[in-house]
Design a protein around this ligand. Sequence first.
Ligand SMILES: [Zn+2]
Length: 625
Amino acid sequence: MTKMIETNHRKNRLLILFVFLQICAVAALGQNSASIKMNVDATEAARNVLHTTLTIPVKPGPLGLFYPKWIPGEHSPTGPINDMVGLRLSGNGKSIPWTRDPVDMFGFHCEIPAGVSELEVAFDDASQPGTTMSARLARVKWNRVLVYPRGINSDAIRVDTSIKLPGGWKFSTALPVLRERRDEVEFKEVSLTELVDSPLIAGANFRRLTLMSTPLLHEMDIAADTPAALEVKPETLLGWQNLVKEAYALYGARHYRSYRFLLTLSDVGGSEGLEHHESSEDGVGEKALSDPGQLIDLGDLLGHEYTHSWNGKYRRPADLTTPDFEQPMHGDLLWVYEGLTEYLGKVLPARSGLWTPENFRESVAAVAAEMDNQSGRKWRPLVDTATAVQFTYSSPRAWMNYRRRVDYYFEGLLLWMEADVLIRRQSQGKLSLDDFCHKFHGGQDAGPMVRTYTFDDIVNTLNEVTPYDWRGFLNGRVNMIAPRAPLGGITNGGWKLVYDEKPNEEVKFNEQQRKFVNLTYSIGLIVSTEGVVLDVNPELPAAKAGLAPGMKIVGVNGRGWSVDALHDAIAATKNVPTPTELRIDNGSFQENYKLIYRGGERYPHLERDATKPDLLSEIIKPRAR
Ligand SMILES: [Zn+2]
């Protein structure tokens, strides 16, 4: 289906002009569209290798080819160019030399000899172990296995794709299938835009669950490392079915022809969460459907990536909407694209029954506490974490509290929750952020399309729902330095952010998954289970005692390092007046540090404030049932 890009705003004119000039330039070379035939051989998936062969119609003369660099949904130049190996070009059976562009490493140049009308391109995608494949399953991202004639709009390139799978493996993708023969699948021709937006999963252990059959097909398609991992609890299946209904109740329209959750369960096949119009890549651990903590985490992931079909794919910031995979994206509105998705991605699992109300509150408490305790918020406005997405996404762990990270997700959640509560209060409970979503993301049921927006469109639609100084509200929270996190959604929603010694369930889950101890809210320290300091809050006691990332705790109050010894020592500070003694390795030197702290263990929770109506519980009430 053709994608329709609505460009009705001033900010988009530059983009239109740019695209126009680009099309003119390509047209001058005699090429403004292209048709590519691509055959992918995935039979060596267990070795993390995909082989690809492309046939591209060409004319004699110079030709530029491009490997996708800016990947939609990743908002960054993250195309895995280093995994492209074994590149060979040929025409009429003869090898054609190529050179790499000296400035843009994703570009290639060659000279097509006279008499050659078809260029054959072959290379391998040798992906890093643990990222996209395991011995029993594969996640095939088409952008990893293709190049295209440089400078042509990805909507104007047609691709005829086929794939050969390992024997007996089953697959799922949003791509329309033309025919299947044994382990070979041929797909109907689609645009390059649609192809890259429609990844495929395949695996030896496979299960297809229909979540809804009419009016539109919704499937949960699961590939797993073991047959046992495919077992789904009845309440989980019911929750997934509810998720589909709750999303429709929230938005009021769907912008896809069918939808597939492409779920992979593997501890080595790579963790993933990537949105598409008609599917989402959801890569989690092998035991995600049986382990209670991982199952809660999965609810969040599915809610988030599914929400992106509306917020991110259908409605997309104008400056994140690019004509190909070469033009840079701008991340300044990611607090909408990702922040609102982060919020709705937690509201929807709660409405669907995948989460309990307590799961929702513990998750919100963990986010609110982390944002409120980011020392970096004193120098860096929220918008800068989004504008700088090219490096904030891969920020190092050390000094993260001082640096801030991709806070546009988490603080975005808090500000959209605050907006939701504000609309509910202003309208005496008659309206909510759901009404904004209806207006902004709803409309008519239709196939995939893109409608771009700007900051002004957000402000205007909020004002259509409830007149308020939304420009001032958003400017203050997004563009200005704010020493405290926006907690108005919690406090005006009838709850308080409090700290006590009982571990927060989300904080605890993250500790187990990532093998660290999180003492951020007591002494301002995150330390690995081996004792290595991962981060400190420069304003709290651990940093004030002199600790820094990279140091290693080897002793606590005269005893050797253990996670329990550290927990016990911090818990005991309430009753013991003497400082905690820490023995530290700093490189090859050992030194003692004194930790001055009397607060005991502290973890964040939400506590009911009976003086105000409980709007947070209203927000997560089911709407579709
Ligand atoms: Zn996202």
